[in-house]
Design a protein. Structure first.
Length: 390
């Protein structure tokens, strides 16, 4: 098989890139090691910045998102038995966010690629990358029990944090920056209408909690838990008990319960791989960087990377120039590090740390009070949350 751009991974990054390239008449093939049903059902993030929404709409992917996505104009912060709204509309000159599940985007992207005759090979195995420094790179893998090879001009690693693309770069060409956090997030998807119109981030004496949603009938709730916890230790009753304690810290507000549709624990990590390019291999999305979910930046950074990459590949194929390809890593990393800082800052401000003493506790509260009472500090949170692009 031959194509212009070989893409490893059918998450939002790989699929969106394939779609954007197709609109410029650039051919690609996407390979994915899971099944179509699995990637379409996997419950992940759900918040889109205005810039991500605009990009999806401008490229013909906005129809269902506009109909079913929920537009939000602020978030609520809860701490010290009080509540404060960060008003995005006022603080950012009318920008907002759209709540629309990542797997819905994946469903829309797969449908768009297949309708346009795009090639996505699901359930591939034993993927390996070759000749990355060469003019003729290729991807090898097993598909339908047969050893298969795709030769291409470029290979794009969109295969997430645990993929094979990043480890295919020699270690001496990479610099890794990382932090792990002494807690995880336990998330549940629930059949219940939202208890609030907007997302609620709560810092309670028992730890962090988040009330989010997917639609007018499905909610998504998270609590901070120990990194050593396994999901079997958490019965539904125990999860609800903690959610009520951590979110119901203001008078007269109640969390609605419902059937738990899915539950899981996600570790919290900050991670950046520099460089994002090695020879003919370019990394995008979670393959190159991870943020803790507190800032809702993961999917938006993946979308931002593939936007840069599609512009760079378009310049290469249509204008025979390589300026944007040469600058790809630097252009992405500027935004990535802004997202890394914001996500780390939100995480540090809102969670209880195991060794936290009274002094650190007072600093967190001072920071939360400042963010809520200072117009400059509120504007900074709002600007970053809706997406700060430079
Ligand atoms: N070969 C082929 N596919 C692979 C391989 C491999 N060796 N390894 C992993 N994959 C696939 C995974 O099964 C997954 O479908 O690559 C895809 C990567 O998709 P995502 O993990 O969704 O990553 P990305 O597209 O970068 O999107 C980032 O995902 O984790 C969230 O918060 C994150 O919202 C952000 C988004
Ligand atoms: C979600 O709805 O899954 C969600 C929302 C906001 C976050 C993280 C996750 O910060």
């Amino acid at each position: 098989m031959h194509t212009q751009v070989g893409i490893v991974g059918a998450g939002p990054a790989g699929l969106l890139l394939s779609h954007l390239l197709h609109l410029q008449n650039i051919e690609s093939i996407v390979i994915e090691n899971c099944s179509r049903a699995y990637v379409e059902r996997r419950v992940r993030a759900g918040v889109l910045e205005q810039g991500s929404v605009n990009l999806l709409m401008q490229n013909g992917l906005g129809e269902r998102m506009q109909r079913e996505g929920l537009q939000h104009h602020g978030i609520e912060l809860r701490f010290d038995n009080k509540s404060h709204r960060i008003n995005f509309d006022e603080l950012t000159g009318g920008k907002g966010i759209t709540v629309y599940g990542q797997q819905e985007i994946v469903i829309d992207l797969i449908a768009a690629r297949l309708a346009a005759g795009g090639e996505i090979l699901f359930e591939v195995d034993e993927v390996s990358l070759h000749n990355l420094e060469d003019a003729n790179p290729y991807i090898e893998f097993q598909h339908d029990g047969e050893q298969t090879r795709i030769s291409c001009d470029f290979i794009i690693g969109c295969d997430g944090f645990h993929g094979i693309s990043r480890p295919s770069i020699p270690v001496e060409s990479l610099k890794i920056f990382e932090r792990s956090y002494p807690f995880s997030w336990l998330g549940i998807l629930v059949e219940a209408p939202p208890s609030s119109e907007e997302l609620i981030y709560a810092s309670s004496p028992d730890g962090f909690a988040l009330h989010s949603m997917r639609s007018t009938t499905v909610t998504r709730n998270y609590i901070q838990c120990s990194p050593d916890d396994v999901i079997d230790q958490w019965s539904d009753d125990k999860i609800w008990h903690e959610l009520h304690r951590r979110l119901e810290i203001i008078d007269g507000w109640q969390l609605k319960e419902g059937k738990v549709l899915e539950k899981g624990i996600t570790p919290m990590r900050s991670f950046v791989c520099e460089t994002m390019q090695y020879g003919k291999l370019f990394l995008a999305g979670d393959a190159a960087h991870i943020v803790p979910p507190t800032g809702a930046k993961g999917m938006n950074l993946a979308i931002s990377d593939v936007n840069f990459l599609s512009l760079a590949l378009t310049e290469w194929y249509l204008d025979s120039k390589d300026q944007k390809l040469t600058n790809y890593s630097e252009d992405c990393l500027r935004r990535v590090w802004r997202g890394e800082h914001f996500s780390w800052w939100m995480t540090s401000m809102l969670h209880r740390f195991p060794e936290q003493d009274g002094f650190q506790q007072k600093l967190q509260t001072a920071e939360l009070n400042y963010v809520c009472n200072s117009a400059a500090a509120s504007a900074s949170l709002a600007e970053n949350y809706v997406g700060y692009h430079f």
